[in-house]
Design a protein around this ligand. Structure first.
Ligand SMILES: *[C@@H]1O[C@H](CO)[C@@H](O)[C@H](O)[C@H]1NC(C)=O
Ligand SMILES: *[C@@H]1O[C@H](CO)[C@@H](O)[C@H](O)[C@H]1NC(C)=O
Ligand SMILES: *[C@@H]1O[C@H](CO)[C@@H](O)[C@H](O)[C@H]1NC(C)=O
Ligand SMILES: *[C@@H]1O[C@H](CO)[C@@H](O)[C@H](O)[C@H]1NC(C)=O
Ligand SMILES: *[C@@H]1O[C@H](CO)[C@@H](O)[C@H](O)[C@H]1NC(C)=O
Length: 472
C-alpha cells in the first residue's frame, strides 16, 4: 500500500509529491515505533523559533551518523559525526544554524519557511549496518490557539440526514477538526489507501483541493473538513474515513457510515436484498438517558449477531453476542446490566454518558456463514457555555496582524463570527481557522476597526454568543 502510493505519485508536481508523501510518512512512523524515531521539540514550530529533532532508540553501537535534508542519501548533507574521532563534518546544506549532538539529536536555530521539508538521520553501526529514519518539518507562519488543542478529543463526524433516501444528497458534517493542520483527505472504506482517495485539501500558500481515484464527480469538499455527496445510491453506502495531518506531523482519523435507504426495497420485489440499516433513537441523547439502536431490514435466516462499540469487530470491543437459533445472549462484563438486546437485532443502552457517544457496529452471521456489518453513531448533547473572545496582536516586518480567538470549553461546536453585526466574510487578508474558532486579519487597516462577536452552536442547534468586543 505505502510503496505503491509513493510510486503512483511520481508523476505529480514536486510539491504535491512532497505533501502526499507526508500524509503517508506518518503511518510509517506509527508502524515502526519500536525502532529509531524522531520527535520534534516543540511539536509545532513557528518561524524564528529553534527546533530540536530528538532521536529516540538509537542503537548503542553507532560508529557514525549523518543528517541530511530530503529522503534520498545522495543529496543535501547537513552534518556528519564520527563517534570514535568525535569529529563533525559539515555538508553542503549546513547553514551555521545547526548543532549536532553526540546522541544523534539535531538542533536548528531560527527556522524559516525555507527549512520546510524532510530530514533524514542515517546511522552506521559497528557491523556496517545502517539504520535510517525521516521526519517532515513544517514551519508555521503562526499558530491558531483556539478550538481543539486537546489531542485526546476526536473529530466529530455526522451525516445529515442520518439515513439518506436513494437519489438524495447527504452532507457529512465535521466538527472539532484540529486547528493547526497541513491538510485532510476523505477516503472510501475503512483505511487510507490511495486508490480509495476521494479528495484532499492541502493548506499551503494557495490552499487547494484535489481529487483522487474514488472521486465520482458528485462530491464536494469544504475547508472545515465537511463533505457533500450528491444524488447518493446504494453504491455510496458504507464506511468513509477522514484522515487529518497536523502541522506537528501527527495524524488522526475519523469514520462515518453513510446509510442509504433503498426505494427498491420498499416494494419488496428486489432480488438482491438491500443492506440492513441501523438507526439511533434518539440521535442526540441526554446524559443519563437511554438510546435504542434500531435495526431495519435485518435479513432472515441468521445464525447469530454481535454488537461492538467500535468500527473494529474484535473481542476487546464486544458488547453482546446473541445466538439467534439457540436464543442465548452473552454480555461482556462492562455492559452486563446496562442494556437489552432484541431478536430484531436492536440494542438498548441505558444511562449513557459522553464516553458512549461513538461508533457502534452490528455484525451479523447468516446460516451460510456470510458476515455483514452495519455502523451507527449517536451523540450526547451538553449545555453550551458562553464563549469569550481573546485578542492577540503581532507585528512582523512592520506589518500588523490581529487574531481573534473564540474560546469555549465545550467540544463539537460550530462557530460563526460577526463584525459590526454582520456575518464576517473571509478575504485574502481575513482568514478563518479550519473549524472557524479563529479569525486572523493580516496587514490591519482602519476599516477593520469595529465590534467583533462570535457565536458557538452545538449539534442540536442551540447557540450562545460571546460578549461583543471593540477593536482596537
Ligand atoms: C541529546 O542531547 C540533547 C542536547 O544535549 C538533549 O537535549 C536531548 O535530550 C538528548 N536526547 C536524548 C534522547 O537523550
Ligand atoms: C532569523 O532568521 C531571519 C531570516 O530568516 C533573520 O532575518 C533574523 O535576523 C534571524 N534572527 C536571529 C535572531 O538570528
Ligand atoms: C441521480 O443518479 C441517477 C443514476 O445514478 C440518474 O439517473 C439521475 O439523473 C441523477 N439525478 C440527478 C438529479 O442528478
Ligand atoms: C428467549 O429466551 C428468553 C429468556 O432467556 C425468553 O424470555 C424468550 O421468550 C425467548 N425467545 C424466544 C424467541 O424463544
Ligand atoms: C492590540 O492593538 C491595538 C491597536 O494597536 C491596541 O489598542 C490593543 O490594546 C492591543 N491589544 C492587546 C491585547 O494587546
Amino acid at each position: 500500500m505505502k510503496v505503491s502510493s509513493v510510486l503512483h505519485c511520481q508523476r505529480c508536481a514536486p510539491r504535491q509529491r512532497f505533501l502526499l508523501t507526508a500524509f503517508l510518512l506518518t503511518y510509517w512512523h506509527l508502524s515502526t515505533s519500536s525502532q529509531v524515531s524522531i520527535e520534534l521539540v516543540p511539536p509545532q514550530v513557528v518561524e524564528g523559533e529553534d527546533v530540536l529533532f530528538l532521536v529516540h532508540k538509537l542503537p548503542e553501537n553507532i560508529m557514525s551518523l549523518c543528517w541530511f535534508k530530503g529522503r534520498t542519501f545522495i543529496n543535501c548533507g547537513i552534518l556528519m559525526y564520527a563517534k570514535n574521532t568525535r569529529v563533525s563534518v559539515m555538508g553542503p546544506m549546513y547553514s551555521s544554524r545547526e548543532t549536532l549532538y553526540g546522541n544523534g539529536s539535531l538542533l536548528i536555530h531560527n527556522v524559516s519557511q525555507k527549512d520546510i521539508g524532510f530530514y533524514t538521520l542515517r546511522a552506521l553501526n559497528s557491523h556496517g549496518d545502517t539504520v535510517s529514519t525521516s521526519t517532515f518539518l513544517h514551519v508555521n507562519l503562526f499558530l491558531w490557539n483556539c478550538g481543539r488543542l486537546v489531542a485526546s478529543a476526536q473529530p466529530s463526524i455526522e451525516t445529515l440526514p442520518p439515513i439518506v433516501p436513494d437519489g438524495k444528497d447527504v452532507f457529512v458534517q465535521v466538527r472539532n477538526l484540529p486547528e493547526n493542520i497541513l491538510g485532510f483527505a476523505w477516503f472510501r472504506g475503512m483505511t487510507q489507501v490511495r486508490k480509495q482517495l476521494i479528495a484532499r485539501y492541502i493548506i499551503d500558500e494557495k490552499a487547494s483541493f484535489s481529487f483522487g481515484p474514488a472521486y465520482s464527480g458528485r462530491e464536494r469538499l469544504y475547508t472545515d473538513g465537511s463533505l457533500l455527496i450528491k444524488n447518493v445510491t446504494q453504491k455510496d453506502a458504507g464506511l468513509y474515513t477522514l484522515g487529518i495531518l497536523g502541522t506537528d506531523m501527527k495524524s488522526e482519523e475519523g469514520h462515518v457510515e453513510i446509510q442509504v435507504e433503498s426505494l427498491v426495497l420498499k416494494c419488496c420485489n428486489s432480488l438482491t436484498p438491500a443492506k440492513f440499516i441501523v438507526e439511533s433513537v434518539p440521535r442526540y441523547a441526554v446524559e443519563g438517558g437511554s438510546i435504542l439502536l434500531v435495526v431495519h431490514n435485518l435479513p432472515e435466516g441468521l445464525r447469530s449477531f454481535s454488537w461492538y462499540y467500535s468500527i473494529y469487530t474484535v473481542p476487546a470491543f464486544k458488547i453482546v453476542d446473541y445466538h439467534v437459533i439457540r436464543n442465548i445472549t452473552t454480555w461482556s462484563d462492562a455492559y452486563r446490566g446496562r442494556g437489552m438486546v432484541y431478536a430484531s437485532g436492536s440494542l438498548l443502552l441505558q444511562d449513557v454518558t459522553e464516553e458512549d457517544a461513538r461508533m457502534y457496529t452490528l455484525e451479523i452471521l447468516n446460516i451460510n456463514n456470510k458476515v455483514e456489518r452495519g455502523h451507527v453513531q449517536f451523540y450526547v448533547n451538553k449545555m453550551v457555555t458562553e464563549p469569550f473572545i481573546r485578542i492577540t496582536n503581532t507585528t512582523v516586518n512592520a506589518r500588523r496582524s490581529v487574531t481573534f480567538s473564540c474560546v469555549s470549553p465545550d467540544i463539537g461546536l460550530s462557530f460563526r463570527w460577526f463584525f459590526n453585526n454582520h456575518n464576517l466574510q473571509p478575504t485574502d487578508r481575513i482568514k478563518l481557522s479550519p473549524s472557524k474558532c479563529g479569525v486572523r486579519i493580516d496587514d490591519v487597516r482602519i476599516e477593520d476597526a469595529g465590534e467583533y462577536e462570535c457565536l458557538v452552536m452545538n449539534r442540536a442547534g442551540i447557540g450562545v454568543g460571546s460578549h461583543p468586543v471593540r477593536w482596537p
